[in-house]
Design a protein around this ligand. Structure first.
Ligand code: SF4
Length: 396
């Protein structure tokens, strides 16, 4: 019979909190906690750890989503982001179009330009290769570099790109124009790349390829966002393995700026359309485990994927809401509109926390890990940030 931490004395909770802060919790210890306590109890533990290890702040990033190229070489069974050349919602944005979106975002006080592409579409589509050639590029990443530079110079919005599994040279190129990059691990389970599994036709989602990208970003001192996609067929033990893998990469390179815990929302027009989404109980458990395994890390849940549950995520130990756009939709989850920033602020304050805007690069890198920021980028970061590394209050 599982018990609630309420039922045991406070000093036991405090002991666990002290322990996980000082000694990384092992997989066996995590599994023992899961065995022993229910989700509400582990949420209470995670919240206590968050309150101890982070300040009373919960952040978000005001962004525009630049859906640059939504062609993709790979096929994941749950994805609706990827389009074909004949699709009416194919997106191959010109420089002018991308810049227009960023400029509109600037007027709405956004500070982040989230630039997203599919995985190496040039390897699959000759027509797109030709389009790139006409734009003086041979790869998508070269084009992303051009767009990032343009947005930075013309609008001052800080680029953060998620373009899949980048190699060392590609990461190195984008480091010059992006204050941080994104590469979701999704899962460390190789099993999910097997026959009839969601990543069967997505070699870029192989956990070894993703780990290499995260480690190369570490070698290059690039702040990187990663995270898990919960509910695509992985086991709870595999989720624990994935979280521990992320912790280990960060222990080695100190470059993981945030861990996104994203719940899979099945889309009817995909192979996994009738797949059961993770239960709220399971999802909250995984969010709590992320905090218990990584006490000092930034843990984020996107607020648009489970609206009306804000307080439960706060009570499970998150300290960030991720990017929220007042202008563009979430092109990866177009059926899930962004909430009004005012509502997220209200829910955060009602829970007793401060709500502040952050940049696409977290404050700790601006304050304590300045070697992660190329000299040129300081020219764009400094006018936006205050002495705590957050967005200046007068700009938000
Ligand atoms: S790699 Fe990304 S864009 Fe491509 S199919 Fe998978 S989830 Fe979709």
């Amino acid at each position: 019979m599982k018990s609630q931490l309420d039922g045991i004395n406070r000093s036991t909770i405090n002991d666990i909190v002290q322990n996980v802060q000082n000694f990384p919790i092992s997989k066996d210890e995590v599994l023992e906690l899961i065995e022993k306590y229910d989700t509400i109890s582990l949420g209470m533990l995670a919240k206590t750890i968050r309150d101890e290890c982070k300040n009373d702040l919960i952040t978000y990033s005001r962004k525009v989503f630049i859906n640059l190229i939504n062609l993709c070489r790979d096929t994941c069974s749950y994805c609706t982001y990827k389009k074909e050349l004949s699709d009416s919602d194919l997106s191959i944005l010109t420089k002018e179009q991308a810049l227009h979106i960023a400029s509109q975002g600037k007027r709405l006080k956004c500070t982040e330009a989230l630039i997203v592409t599919g995985e190496r579409p040039e390897q699959k589509y000759p027509e797109y290769r030709e389009w790139l050639r006409k734009n003086d590029c041979s790869t998508t990443i070269e084009y992303v570099d051009q767009i990032s530079n343009l947005i930075l110079e013309e609008t001052g919005l800080l680029p953060h790109t998620n373009a899949g599994t980048l190699n060392y040279d590609e990461l190195s190129l984008l480091k010059k124009t992006n204050v941080s990059l994104g590469c979701m691990l999704e899962t460390s389970s190789e099993r999910l790349g097997g026959k009839n599994m969601p990543h069967e036709y997505a070699p870029s989602k192989n956990p070894r390829a993703r780990t290499r990208a995260l480690e190369n970003a570490g070698k290059l001192k690039i702040p990187i966002t990663t995270g898990l996609l919960i509910g695509i067929g992985e086991t709870l033990e595999e989720i624990v393995d994935s979280l521990i893998l992320i912790r280990e990469i960060n222990q080695k390179y100190a470059n993981i700026q945030e861990v996104i815990m994203q719940n899979h929302v099945p889309k009817y027009n995909t192979k996994m359309g009738s797949f059961m989404p993770p239960t709220q109980d399971l999802f909250l458990l995984t969010v709590s485990l992320a905090r218990i395994i990584m006490p000092h890390m930034n843990i984020q849940v996107p607020p648009n994927l489970s609206p009306n549950y804000y307080s439960t995520y706060i009570n499970s130990g998150i300290n960030d809401w991720g990017g929220i756009s007042p202008l563009t939709i979430d092109f990866v989850n177009p059926e899930s509109p962004w909430p009004d920033i005012k509502d997220v602020k209200q829910a955060t304050q009602n829970a007793g926390y401060n709500f502040r805007g952050r940049l696409a690069i977290y404050p700790e890198f601006l304050l304590n890990k300045r070697e992660f920021v190329p000299n040129k980028l300081w020219n764009y970061i400094t006018p936006l940030s205050d002495s705590s590394g957050l967005v200046k209050e007068e700009l938000s």
